[in-house]
Design a protein around this ligand. Structure first.
Ligand code: FCB
Length: 450
C-alpha cells in the first residue's frame, strides 16, 4: 500500500507558504556549446579523467534547453507555486565579463515568461557553481576581481529579468564551491589548498554583499538572498574531544557563513583554526558582506556525526541512508532550524533544497514506485511544519529535484528527481512521489484556506 504524503497540521504554516521544486543549470540544461555559450569550470572538470564517477558530463544532461516547453508543462502539472532554477553565467555572458549573449538571455526570458504564463513564481539563483572558465584562467574565485565581475553579471541579469523574478539568490552553497572545489578537489575546479578555499569563501561572501548593494542601488524589486547548505555537526559521543571537534566543524560549516552574513564578523574559533590559511581581506569587507537579507535559503539533506576517532559511518551503526550514503535524519533537520532561529533570529527562511537519492527501479508497469522518497519527503516536511509551529519564520519549501539529473561527481547514477528521466530517450515520467507531492499540495491548499 502506498502511503500518501501529508502536510499536517496545515494551519501551522502561513497561508502564503510557497511550495516548489528545484534544479540547477548545469545539472539539467545540456546544449553545452550552442549559441555561443562559453565553457564553465564544470565543462572542463568533467574532462578530467576520473573526476566523474561514471565518466559522464553535462553536454546533454536532461536536454532541458531543447525541451523547455515540455518541462514547463511538467512543472505546471505538479501544481507547485514556484520553480527554483539557476542561470548559467557562461550561457548569458560567455567570457564572464563584457559582451552578453542575446540567445543565452533569450533562453532565460522564455523560461521566466513560460513560468509566469503558467502561474508559477520564478526563483532564480545566479551562481550554482558553473563559473565561466575564462574567469577561472584569471584566478576564479581566488581572485578578488571575480567578485566585481559577479556584480556586473548580477546587474545585467536584473536589468534583463529583474522585474519578472519572484526571488534572486546570489550563490548556492558557497561551502561546496570553496571546500569541495578548492580544498578537497572533488568538485570543479578540483584544487587542493586550504588557503585557496578560505580565500574563495571570503570572495564568494564579499561578492554576495557587493551584489546586494548594487542590485538595491539599481532599484531591485525581487527579494534578495543567498542559499547555504547546512548540516548540523553532532558529536558521536559525549567525550570532550568529540564535542570540541563538532563545535569547531560547526564553526567552519555553519557559523563561517551565518556570522558574517548576519553579524558582520567571522567566528573566532574557525578563524584561529585556519591560522596562516585565514583569508586576506580589506577593512570594509565585513560591512559589505553583512547587507540585510530579504530572505535566507537553507539546503538540508543530512546531519554530520563527528568523531575524533575518524570518519563515522551511519551504515555501520545500523542507521538508514539514501543512495548517496547520507543518513536519513529528519529530527536533525528540525533541531537545525530551531537552533538557527534561536541563535540568529532568522530572516524569512526558505528550504531551498531537500530530498533524497534512491535507486528508483522502473517497475514492470513502467512506473517508479518510490515509496522511500515519499517517506523521506513526508518526514522532512513534518520537521519543517514542527519548526514553523515553534516560531521559525519558514516561508517555503522546494523539493530537490524536479527531475533526475547530473549529480556532479556522481554523474547520472544518483537519482534525486520526483520525475524519472530515461537517459537513453530523455523521456520524463513522473514517479509516485510526484503524484504524492501534487496531491499533498492540493489537500494543503484546501486546509490552509479553511
Ligand atoms: C546540493 C546541490 C544540488 C544537488 C544536491 C543533491 O548540494 O546544491 O545541486 O546536487 O546537493
Amino acid at each position: 500500500m502506498t502511503m500518501t504524503l501529508h502536510i499536517d497540521p496545515t494551519h501551522l504554516l502561513r497561508p502564503d507558504f510557497i511550495w516548489g521544486v528545484a534544479t540547477s543549470a548545469f545539472q539539467i540544461e545540456g546544449a553545452a556549446d550552442e549559441d555561443g555559450k562559453g565553457e564553465s569550470i564544470w565543462d572542463v572538470f568533467c574532462r578530467q579523467p576520473g573526476a566523474i564517477a561514471d565518466g559522464s558530463d553535462g553536454r546533454i544532461a536532461c536536454d532541458h534547453v531543447h525541451r523547455l516547453d515540455e518541462d514547463l508543462d511538467l512543472i505546471a502539472s505538479l501544481g507547485v507555486d514556484a520553480y527554483r532554477f539557476s542561470i548559467s553565467w557562461p550561457r548569458v555572458q560567455p567570457q564572464g565579463w563584457g559582451p552578453w549573449s542575446e540567445e543565452g538571455l533569450g533562453f532565460y526570458e522564455r523560461l521566466v515568461d513560460g513560468l509566469l504564463a503558467r502561474g508559477i513564481r520564478p526563483f532564480a539563483t545566479l551562481n550554482h557553481w558553473d563559473l565561466p572558465q575564462v574567469l577561472q584562467t584569471q584566478g576564479g574565485w581566488m581572485a578578488r576581481d571575480t567578485a566585481h565581475r559577479f556584480v556586473d553579471y548580477a546587474r545585467g541579469i536584473q536589468r534583463c529579468l529583474g522585474d519578472r523574478l519572484a526571488s534572486i539568490a546570489t550563490h548556492n552553497e558557497p561551502w561546496v564551491i570553496a571546500i569541495l572545489g578548492h580544498e578537497k578537489g572533488i568538485f570543479a575546479p578540483g584544487l587542493t589548498s586550504r588557503a585557496a578555499a578560505a580565500q574563495v569563501n571570503h570572495h564568494l561572501l564579499l561578492s554576495h554583499g557587493l551584489a546586494l548593494q548594487a542590485l538595491r542601488a539599481d532599484g531591485a524589486s525581487a527579494p534578495l538572498g543567498i542559499v547555504l547548505n547546512m548540516s548540523p555537526q553532532e558529536p558521536a559521543t559525549d567525550s570532550p574531544a568529540d564535542r570540541a571537534l563538532a563545535r569547531l566543524q560547526d564553526g567552519h560549516g555553519l557559523r563561517w557563513y551565518l556570522d558574517p552574513l548576519l553579524r558582520g564578523r567571522y567566528p573566532d574559533d574557525a578563524w584561529t583554526d585556519l591560522g596562516r590559511d585565514a583569508p586576506r581581506m580589506e577593512a570594509t569587507d565585513l560591512a559589505a558582506i553583512a547587507q540585510p537579507l530579504d530572505w535566507l535559503g537553507i539546503n538540508y539533506y543530512t546531519r554530520n556525526v563527528v568523531s575524533s576517532a575518524g570518519p563515522w559511518d551511519p551504515v555501520a551503526h545500523g542507521l538508514p541512508v539514501t543512495d548517496m550514503g547520507w543518513e536519513i535524519c529528519p529530527d536533525s533537520f528540525h533541531a537545525l532550524l530551531t537552533r538557527l532561529h534561536r541563535d540568529y533570529a532568522l530572516p524569512p527562511t526558505f528550504i531551498t533544497e531537500n530530498g533524497g537519492a534512491f535507486p528508483d527501479p522502473v517497475q514492470a508497469d513502467g512506473l517508479v514506485h518510490d515509496q522511500d522518497r515519499i517517506d523521506y519527503l513526508r518526514t522532512h516536511i513534518a520537521a519543517v511544519v514542527r519548526a514553523a509551529q515553534e516560531g521559525v519564520p519558514l516561508a517555503g519549501y522546494f523539493v530537490w529535484s524536479l527531475m533526475d539529473n547530473f549529480e556532479w561527481a556522481s554523474g547520472y547514477a544518483k537519482r534525486f528527481g520526483i520525475v524519472h528521466v530515461d537517459y537513453a530517450t530523455l523521456a520524463r515520467t513522473p514517479k509516485a512521489s510526484a503524484r504524492a507531492y501534487r496531491d499533498a499540495l492540493t489537500r494543503w491548499r484546501v486546509g490552509a484556506r479553511a
